[in-house]
Write a protein that binds this ligand. Structure first.
Ligand SMILES: NC(=O)c1ccc[n+]([C@@H]2O[C@H](COP(=O)([O-])OP(=O)(O)OC[C@H]3O[C@@H](n4cnc5c(N)ncnc54)[C@H](OP(=O)(O)O)[C@@H]3O)[C@@H](O)[C@H]2O)c1
Length: 253
């Protein structure tokens, strides 16, 4: 159960190697998250993250194997997680791939991989997670969407559309769970300096995993349903959303 201050004590991270996720659980471990389970394709690569989260204050840090694109495994994966570790106060959906837009435009398999990971994979595992959370009657689901979900850009519309689909899915899930003790928060970061963006030129208002982590912790405390990180990207994305298409098409986006 969340403690008296509303801080989650048990956390499941899907995509446990994500830089944003690790910064977030490190922060939460410092404010009383006792038990953290990192689920990743290669749990054996997470020793450093496990040590980090333990040093930040978590008593129990475990890793389990999870692949977002192995849809057939998702129900059993969720059942195992709840049976082995008990209820979770927070499930953080952090897995995702950026893909390569040019490759996706030329190879359907590449586009499908981005869409299946970011959208289909998230929806597939969210359904059994939501069922478990409904049954326990409490908890938060936090999902790392993106500012790219607001309006697809020519330069990365495969990634943008996959995030848009998942963003809408989780907003709907939040409506479904509303009133049943389970809260869903959609997080829309702008450009974050992580493994995913390594070597890329930073966009305006670029930020860090630690800043996203602080925004997530604040959002959880306040029961927010959607947050943008950093705050100004909200105004930019909203303005972009309303630009007429003939003009939008000509912008260097
Ligand atoms: N960085 C940004 O600018 C930014 C901005 C907005 C939103 N986001 C979103 O934030 C989330 C976290 O990204 P990040 O910046 O922290 O990048 P990251 O460090 O590269 O984390 C992404 C994680 O997703 C995992 N993953 C990829 N495919 C998977 C699959 N099929 N099954 C399980 N795990 C899988 C990767 O695991 P492996 O180690 O196995 O590859 C990696 O640990 C992503 O959803 C991303 O789209 C990022």
């Amino acid at each position: 159960m969340k403690d008296a201050l509303g801080s989650p004590q048990s956390v499941l991270v899907l995509g446990g190697g994500s830089d944003i996720a690790i910064a977030t659980v490190r922060l939460l471990a410092g404010s009383r998250a006792e038990r953290v389970v990192l689920a990743a394709r290669r749990p054996e690569a997470l020793d450093g993250a496990v040590d980090d989260i333990r040093s930040a204050g978590a008593r129990i840090v475990e890793t389990v194997r999870f692949d977002a694109t192995d849809f057939a495994s998702h129900e059993a994966f969720v059942d195992d997680a709840w049976e082995r570790f008990g209820d979770f106060d927070l499930v953080l959906f952090a897995f995702g791939v950026l893909g390569d837009q040019t490759r996706s435009e030329n190879d359907p398999a590449a586009a499908v991989d981005v869409i299946q990971t970011n959208f289909t994979g998230a929806a597939s595992v969210a359904i059994p997670v939501a069922r478990r959370m409904l049954a326990q009657g409490h908890g938060s689901i936090v999902v790392l969407s993106s500012v790219a979900a607001e309006r697809a850009r020519r330069a990365n519309f495969v990634y943008g559309s996959s995030k848009s689909g998942m963003d809408q899915f989780f907003q709907g899930l939040g409506d479904m769970l509303h009133g049943h003790g389970v809260h869903v928060m959609v997080v829309r970061p702008g450009f974050v300096r992580t493994k995913m963006t390594a070597g890329m030129q930073a966009a305006p208002f670029s930020t860090t995993p630690e800043e996203v982590a602080r925004a997530i912790a604040r959002g959880l405390e306040r029961g927010k349903e959607k947050i943008w990180v950093p705050g100004p990207v909200r105004a930019i994305a909203t303005a972009m959303h309303h630009i007429p298409r003939p003009i939008y098409r000509r912008l260097p986006l």
